[in-house]
Design a protein around this ligand. Structure first.
Ligand SMILES: Cc1ncc(COP(=O)(O)O)c(C=O)c1O
Length: 429
């Protein structure tokens, strides 16, 4: 049998000689794409499609870790970037486009009265935490989701190698949809918690009043409420999850979709707090790099002009409805479920008697990749996905579910796996 991913695998051998793990982003590495069944290296991408080095074409539902919301190489974004490239990507002085994008974000995002830019999402979350610590003159922070690679957050996970214990101790955990777990932290650490940070939503919808209660508890204890809107921003609504749920935080952080795949992140929030950034050191050579800002302005204009989010929601609702139907049709309720917002829905793989969730997920990916769908369980919808692309996703999902059910019943799923299954290394959602 010919190996569909032969060139990818050769390229991995070469990359691993010079690049630890052979990848720059954990979620693009072989820890997430099992060798043997996965494309590993891309050559290019356009619209809803990505092409690997073996010449395989996939409809992409990962979309560069949800940083693409309009589609790859969006014509309007690329035009804006090309025009900016002629003027210069960076200067020895600040430039007007910084204010233009800041003003646009202030117009769109409810909590935004002032704005600073970073490059990766982790810049923004780390900056927001430092700002909250400075504002409150306290050290502890309370977390319940994923917030990037920096010490202050990653030290609270199992991927904490290299993070000093003193830093780890300052990050406390509470649970999503469980206000009492946050209350408890404030009781245990009175007047010591600077910030409460959370993704306003990922897999689960917030219970009624959860976000309102979190805000109330946070403010009762004079701490700063930070919404990490890295994924939900410019995806759930033009003003992010804070607009969608109508709960306005003190500070919010954005990245990914703010610039349709160009390296830009954002800290936005109340003037009273943001002004302190004149003193809090948040400064880097590529802050204000203009190509990403031009991409952002074009992206944000397009979101407003084309009613992009309504389009994403329509397609995403269709996917949730169809996949729910398929889970029931193939009696897979004990094996799988689908949840999340239509623009970012999740398949959750469950533990069953003979097979663990990672085995089931690996089989799912293997069969979806074979059918030309790049997906690892989330459906990150873009404006570029056509109705036909969505239909192909549903067809491939049906075939995968049909096989999954058959092999679970025959008890031969393990034999049908063409690679080592994913390992339960690091799960943040
Ligand atoms: C909610 C959230 N916060 C922070 C980050 C970190 O962003 P970055 O990887 O761009 O540093 C991510 C990235 O996936 C994220 O999803």
């Amino acid at each position: 049998m010919s190996n569909r991913y032969e060139k990818s695998e050769k390229m991995l051998v070469r990359a691993q000689q010079v690049i630890p793990l052979g990848a720059q982003t954990y979620s693009k590495s072989i820890t997430q794409f099992p060798k043997g069944i996965s494309p590993l290296f891309a050559t290019h991408a356009k619209g809803a499609y990505i092409y690997d080095v073996d010449g395989n074409q996939f409809i992409d539902f990962i979309n560069a870790q949800a940083s693409i919301t309009l589609g790859y190489c969006d014509t309007d974004v690329n035009k804006a970037v090309s025009e900016q490239l002629e003027k210069g990507s960076i200067f020895s002085l600040s430039s007007e486009i910084e204010s233009q994008v800041a003003e646009k974000i202030i117009q769109m995002v409810p909590c935004a009265e002032m704005v600073r830019f970073g490059k990766n999402g982790s810049d923004a979350t780390a900056g927001a935490i430092r700002l909250a610590r400075a504002y409150t003159n306290r050290d502890y922070v309370a977390v319940c989701g994923y917030h990037g690679w920096q010490d202050w957050y990653i030290g609270s996970t199992t991927k904490d190698l290299g993070v000093p214990n003193n830093v780890k101790e300052l990050t406390l955990k509470y649970h999503y949809n469980d206000e009492s777990s946050l209350e408890k932290l404030f009781e245990e650490y009175p007047n010591q918690i600077a910030a409460v940070i959370l993704e306003p939503m990922n897999i689960e919808y917030p219970h009624p009043d959860f976000l309102r209660n979190i805000k109330q508890i946070t403010h009762k204890h004079n701490a700063v409420l930070i919404f990490d809107e890295m994924v939900t921003g410019f995806r759930f609504a033009n003003g992010g999850a804070q607009e969608f749920f109508n709960i306005i935080p003190d500070i919010a952080t954005f990245g990914k979709g703010v610039s349709n795949g160009f390296p830009l992140s954002v800290i936005a929030g109340k003037k009273e707090i943001m002004s302190l950034m004149e003193e809090v050191f948040f400064s880097f050579t590529y802050g204000g790099e203009t190509l990403s800002l031009a991409a952002s302005l074009a992206t944000l204009n397009k979101l407003q002009e084309k009613n992009v989010i309504a389009n994403l929601i329509n397609k995403g609702e269709f996917i949730i409805e169809k996949i729910t139907y398929l889970i029931n049709k193939y009696h897979l309720q004990d094996v799988l479920s689908i949840s999340g917002h239509p623009t970012w829905s999740f398949l959750s793989f469950k533990e069953i008697e003979k097979y663990n969730s990672f085995m089931i997920k690996t089989f799912y990916m293997q069969e979806m990749f074979k059918q030309g769908i790049l997906v690892y369980g989330t459906h990150n919808i873009t404006y570029a996905h056509s109705d036909e692309d969505i239909e192909k996703l549903i067809q491939a999902t049906e075939e995968t579910f049909r096989l999954l059910k058959e092999y679970i019943l025959k008890d031969n799923l393990k034999d049908k796996l063409e690679c080592h299954p994913l390992e339960p290394l690091f799960k943040v959602r």
